[in-house]
Design a protein around this ligand. Sequence first.
Ligand SMILES: [Ca+2]
Length: 499
Amino acid sequence: MKSTFFYRFLFTVLLFLQVDASEQPNILVFLVDDMGVMDTSVAFLADEKGRPERHPFNDFYRTPNMERLARQGIRFRQFYANSVCSPSRVSLMTGQTSARHRSTQFISPTANNAGAYGPKGWQWEGIVPGATTLPALLKEGGYRTIHVGKAHFGPVDSFGSLPENFGFDVNIAGCAYGRPGSYYGKDHFGGKNGNGTRAVPGLEKYHGEEIHLTEVLTLEMNEAISGAVEDEEPFFAYMSHYAVHSPFQSDDRFAAHYEDSDLKAPAKAFATMIEGMDKSLGDILDQLENLGVAESTLVLFLGDNGSDGPRGDAHAVSSAAPLRGKKATHYEGGMRVPFIASWAKRNSESKLQKQLAIPNDKLSDQVGTVYDLFPTILSVAGIRQVSRVDGVDLSTMLRGKRSRRLPEFLMHFPHKHRSSYFTSYRLGDWKLVYHYHKIGEERYELFNLEDDLDESDNRASSDPKRLQLMVRAMGKALEEADAQYVTSLEDPSQVLRPE
Ligand SMILES: [Ca+2]
C-alpha cells in the first residue's frame, strides 16, 4: 500500500517535470569575441535624458540584424565584461566574478602567463573538474547543450580545454586556443598557410573552400539547432564566434562597403568581420523562424570584453569613442560590451513570452554584468541554482522594470597586459581604479561616469571622502571573493592589498 502510494507520488512528480520541460524556452547565447559596445550601428549609449544617442561609429558599422534584435528587445548601455577573454568566459559558465573563480588573466594555451608579479596560484587551468557549470546544470535540467565556436576555457590538454568535459553535449570547433590560425577555409583555418598549432579543429569538410570561419560556424550551429528541434529537445545554443578577434582577415562578402574608406587594411577588415558576425545573427534568427521555434527562443547577445578595433592609442579615446580605452585596458572601452535580450520573434500571446515580457526597443540604464547570465538563464529555464554565485538574476530588468540589484561591477586584473596590475570597481555612478604598483596618489583613478563618460577627470584628490568610501567598498568586495593579490615590486613574498 505504502509502496503503491510512493510510486503514484513518483509518477505525479515525473509527470510534473515532464510538463515543465515542455514549457522550457530555448536559449541562444550569441557571444562575439572582442566586440565592444561601439562596434555596431545600434546606439547603446544615451543622452542626458536616457534616449539612445548615436556616435560616429554607429554610422560607420553595419549591423542590421542587431538592429532587428534591438527593436524587439531590451539593450543595456552599461553592461560589463572583463577586459580580456577567459575571465569573462569562465564568469559566464560559473556566475562568479574573476576575483572568485580566479581565472583572472586570459589563458595562454601553452605557458602559465601569471606575469612576474601576478598570483602564482591563479586559475590558469580555467574550468576544472568539479566546477558547477551552466551547461552541466542545463543538461541535467533536460536541455541539449550545444557549443559552437571559440571555447578558450583552459590550456592545451587540460580538462577545461574541451567544452564536452563540463556539460556540453556537442562541441564544434572549440579548443584551448582563443584565436584562429586563419579565418579562411582555403587556409584550413590555420592548418595550412598559418600557424598550424592554432588551426581550428573539426572543420575538415570546409578545407580548401572559399569560405569564412564565421559563415562555417553559422552553418554548423543552424544544423545543430535543427537536430535538437527534430528530436523535440529544448536547447541551449552557445554560439561563440571567433570573430571579431584578431587576426583581422577580411570577410570578403562585405569588403565593397569599405573600399572607398581611407582606413588602413586591418580596420577595414575588422568592419567586414563585424558585418559577417551580424549576418550570422540574422541567419540564425531566420533558421529559428523556419523551424517554428523563434517564439520560444530567448536570445542573449553580448561581447566578451571591450573593443579591439585596430585604431589609435589603446588608452586614448579611439577604438571605442566616445569611451576611453579598448580591450585589456582599465577604462570603459576595455570592459563595456553590447548586450541585447530579446525573444527571437515577438508574440505577445505566447505563454513563455508572457512569463518574461521583454519590452520593445528599450534602452536600459541599469548595470548588468557577464556574471549575471548564469543565474538569469537558470531562472528562465526554471532550474534551481545550486552553487555560490556573484551574479544576479536579470529577469526583472529584462522586463524593463527597476531591480534592486546593486549597480556594481568588480574587475580584478592582477596581471600584465595593456593595463597591468589593477582592480576596477564600479558602484553607482562612480568607478575606482586601483593601480597596485604606482606610488602615492597615482595609485588611484576615480571617475564619475555619469558626467565624465570619457574618464578624463580623475577626482581622486579632489574628492577624498568618496575615494575613501570606494577604496573601502572595493577592498571589501575583493576580500569577500577571497581574491588573490599582486606581489610587491621590492619583495615578491609580500602581497599588496588596496589601501
Ligand atoms: Ca575576447
